[in-house]
Ligand binder design. Structure first.
Ligand code: ADP
Ligand code: ZN
Ligand code: ZN
Length: 841
């Protein structure tokens, strides 16, 4: 009766699914969306069933499924459809797409409950009264009666213990008489120990290593076995550093033990040695310390907000898919509109998904959602990448079980297993963080729109500075445009002024990154007791180390990128691969001692500000000072409470925050983002400047923004000064049209890479044999050329850039190229395809 085979997506970099047979005993328990354990090559692997099949391919030996992990299929049919779409559109292996869509595997902590439904209860009641069997077997009827005796729930155990087999259970489930719920057990503990790398004093730090060595030598005579041991230890420490500092950041103890494959004793020793530090942090992401007593301000919507909401409601009335763009200047009260739209959606019996660009915003919006919807609808789930596997699995299954009807999350929350979705909101839709920079390289906003379409839901994109693509669609009538043109409560936008650094230098002959005008502005803030934000877009102390004598700069050993000097940590770091070097005393190339540090980063700027404003309370916010949620909240909290006067930081400062007492925002250099070799440089600069300008003057006080630049004529800067989005849009659109860039064409970046230069070249040449004859057939193909980042993480990189006015042509060409690579036996991992890239590096 049931198909004897199924096709399984496995998390391997192969663009295919694999057929397995379903053994007799598991017949009927395997459904599309079920996670299964299967043998693959010499290993056992967890995959997901994408479809059942009547037959299997002839030529290969078909193996059997070992176990079914899900009673309720983890993925809904709609999510499988979405995964297939992503695999096709982004040319990503379907198994790797599924891995991104699935919850983390945490069987150990999960438990399944059988629950008697309302319909089930009625059926049992009528059974005990009369002769009616309702088409149930005696065994099934007896089971339902037993379930009711147990107050309607019992844990899902083995068939023998339950007295009913799995296929009968599924029949009851399909008839809606019972439900099977997966719950992930929370631990009883409220806090967990988080371990972090304690910078500065690292294992590769020469002086401390030497000291230690000297000490060791003094105590024992040299012993070769000990030398080997210490090498192993060094290697282990290095691995931990990489994990905690560059790959993952601080981690809870159990996760760290699992990922690093070390014993608890090793960690404890390193804590004692001062290489690591630890603290306690609340376990539950939903347990937000600010939640208690938080009451959202009850605002009457103003006329603009009201009319936007009316248009959103009109869209709901249609009851069909559609995309709306809420274009509202900074501080126009977009969140208020989102919350009411979600409220409406829930009232219609549907669910809602809100995507935000960063973790901090999930906390802030999650808090507001819980206070609006938490009590009445029992359930707001928060999903983001900083949750531990257990936390994420628990939130995921709450959504899958229908216990949470509103989901707030970052990029990957677009896969939240909500059913019956009515509304998907993407806040700050222009943000790059919606794009995943590893396989599958999807864009969360675009997937959100596709998902809304599949579900017949409304999509609402919000932004003060919409992306070129989105605004273009709105203007062409593909999306509906809703506008909030002014700030709430008649607050005016901040006034923005340019500081021409050429003039500043001519007048002052100072090379300080803080111009005379910015200095005076900060002085005013301090005198008036208001606050200032200073934005710089590089972290570290100096971002280049140069030899005066021969001109060589110190490059990363793995990447073609110069190393950044971190003064506090007393070393050089590569911001791309995380490698570190000690600070050279002389030029590594010509041995001259004229090593010169150049290019100021955030660490340097903080030092300068402290020098120039000795009495001021100053803090820095960047990835080096805030490596955890806790540190981030502490610094922002201190600033919001007025315990700080000046906050220095990177782009992290630019987004979302609603500080009431900020009257001055300074931008150290508007030019560095303009000079990137990327067609989106102007767009990005305009967005960044407009966003930071939006941080000033949000309270009663008027705001002022100073933008320092060597290039004041550039239209991105000019239009940002006027905060004139449509002027910028027109000029940029003209440039995109002339240069045949998106939104007028679809783009794909294909990178061929390998640690061996010779192989990378050979494969690029082979691939160009496929591409060259097809150039000009509805698609422009540039390359192969050396990629702008010619070497990254030890790999040499070559690049093809594909442009086509027609999406379908591009997709077809790329899938042809993938098949060609297969035929030529170019490894799948050597060819990286980035569809709709947001960066061409
Ligand atoms: P945006 O996201 O558009 O920049 P926010 O949603 O953060 O703006 O709103 C800015 C501030 O205005 C918030 O403090 C919010 O509580 C407040 N606000 C929103 N709507 C109104 C309103 N109708 N009247 C007064 N204040 C409002
Ligand atoms: Zn030199
Ligand atoms: Zn590097």
């Amino acid at each position: 009766m049931n198909p004897p085979f199924c096709n399984v997506a496995l998390p391997v970099p192969l663009r295919m699914t694999f057929t397995y047979s379903i053994p007799e005993a598991l017949q009927g328990t395997v459904q599309p969306g079920s996670r299964v354990l299967v043998p693959f090559r010499k290993k056992a692997m967890v995959g997901v069933v994408v479809e059942l099949a009547e037959s299997a391919p002839q030529e290969t030996k078909i193996r059997e499924i070992t176990r079914v992990l899900d009673f309720v299929p983890a993925l809904t049919p709609k999510l499988i459809e979405l995964a297939n779409w992503i695999a096709g559109y982004y040319l990503a292996p379907v198994g790797e797409v599924c891995r991104a869509v699935l919850p983390p595997v945490t069987e150990l902590k999960s438990q399944r409950q059988i629950v008697l439904t309302g319909a089930g209860r009625e059926t049992v009641d009528s059974l005990s009264g009369g002769e009616l069997s309702h088409g149930l077997t005696p065994g099934e009827a007896a089971f339902l009666a037993k379930l009711r005796e147990r107050k309607g729930t019992m844990p899902l155990g083995p068939a023998a213990k339950l007295g009913i087999d799995a296929s009968a259970l599924q029949r009851l489930q399909r008839r809606g008489l019972i439900e099977i719920r997966e719950t992930v057990q929370g631990r009883n503990r409220k806090t967990q120990r988080v371990i972090a790398w304690k910078g500065g004093h690292s294992a590769t730090d020469e002086s401390s290593a030497k000291k230690k060595e000297e000490k060791d030598n003094a105590e024992t005579p040299f012993d070769p076995a000990q030398g080997k041991q210490s090498a192993q230890r060094k290697c282990r420490e290095e691995r931990l550093r990489e994990l905690l500092e560059t790959e993952r950041g601080p981690l809870p103890m159990p996760q760290l033990l699992k990922l690093a494959q070390v014993t608890r004793a090793v960690i404890e020793r390193m804590l004692r040695d001062g290489l690591l530090e630890s603290w306690e942090e609340p376990i539950d992401p939903a347990e937000d310390p600010f939640d208690a007593g938080y009451a959202p301000p009850a605002h009457e919507l103003n006329a603009e907000q009201e009319s936007a909401l009316k248009m959103i409601r009109a869209r709901f009335e249609l009851g069909e898919f559609g995309v709306q763009l809420l274009h509202g200047v900074t501080g126009s009260g977009k969140t208020e509109v989102y919350l009411r739209a979600v409220q409406d959606t829930l009232a219609r019996g549907k669910t809602a998904l809100i995507l935000v660009p960063e973790i901090a915003l999930t906390l802030w919006i999650g808090r507001q959602c819980r206070s609006w919807f938490g009590a009445r609808f029992e359930g707001v789930a928060v999903l983001h990448s900083a949750l531990s596997d257990v936390e994420r699995a628990r939130e995921w299954w709450r959504v899958r079980n229908g216990e949470a009807r509103v989901v707030v999350g970052t990029r990957s929350a677009v896969f939240a297993p909500l059913e019956n979705i009515g509304l998907i909101i993407v806040d700050e839709e222009q943000e790059n963080s919606f794009k995943q920079e590893e396989t599958p390289r999807y864009h969360g906003r675009d997937v959100a729109i596709v998902r809304a379409k599949m579900e017949g839901a409304a999509a609402l994109l919000g932004s003060a500075t919409p992306s070129m693509e989105t605004y273009h669609h709105a203007r062409e009538g593909k999306y509906e445009l809703l506008t909030l043109a002014s700030r709430v409560a008649d607050r005016s936008l901040a006034s923005v002024e340019i500081v021409d650094l050429r003039e500043d230098f001519q007048q002052t002959h100072q090379t300080s990154p803080i111009s005379a005008a910015l200095h005076a502005g900060i002085q005013d803030c301090l005198a008036n007791g208001t606050q200032a934000l200073v934005l710089i877009n590089r972290r570290g102390y100096s971002w280049s180390v140069l030899c005066r004598s021969c001109g060589a700069s110190v490059q990363c050993v793995n990447c073609s990128i110069s190393m950044t000097h971190h003064k506090q940590r007393n070393r050089l770091e590569c911001h791309y691969c995380g490698s570190i070097q000690s600070i050279p005393k002389m030029c590594p190339k010509c041995q001259s001692k004229y090593v010169y540090f150049f290019g100021e980063g955030s660490e340097h700027l903080e030092e300068r500000l402290c020098k120039e404003f000795p009495g001021a309370r100053i803090a820095r916010l960047d990835r080096d000072t805030v490596r955890t949620k806790r540190q981030y909240q502490e610094t922002l909290g201190a600033f919001a409470d007025g315990a700080l006067d000046i906050l220095v930081g990177t782009q992290m400062l630019a987004k979302g925050h609603d500080f009431q007492r900020v009257t001055l925002v300074g931008v150290i250099s508007a030019d560095s983002s303009l000079s990137l070799p990327d067609f989106r440089a102007a767009e990005r600069t305009f967005q960044l400047l407009t966003q930071v300008a939006g941080r000033a003057g949000r309270g009663e006080l008027k705001g002022r923004v100073l933008i320092q630049t060597f290039y004041p004529e550039h239209y991105a800067i000019q239009d940002a000064v006027k905060q004139d989005y449509s002027a910028f849009f027109e000029r940029e659109l003209h440039f995109r049209r002339m240069m045949a860039y998106p939104p007028f064409t679809s783009l794909a970046n294909v990178i061929v890479r390998d640690t061996s230069l010779e192989k990378a070249i050979r494969w690029s040449r082979q691939l160009s044999e496929y591409f060259s004859p097809r150039d000009g057939e509805g698609v422009r193909i540039l390359g192969p050329a050396t990629a702008p980042l010619a070497r990254l993480k030890k790999e040499h990189r070559f690049q093809f850039l594909l442009k086509s006015p027609k999406r379908s042509v591009l997709t077809k060409l790329l899938s042809g190229a993938m098949a060609y690579c297969d035929a030529k036996e170019i490894p799948e991992t050597a060819v990286l395809v980035d569809v709709d890239p947001i960066s061409l590096l």
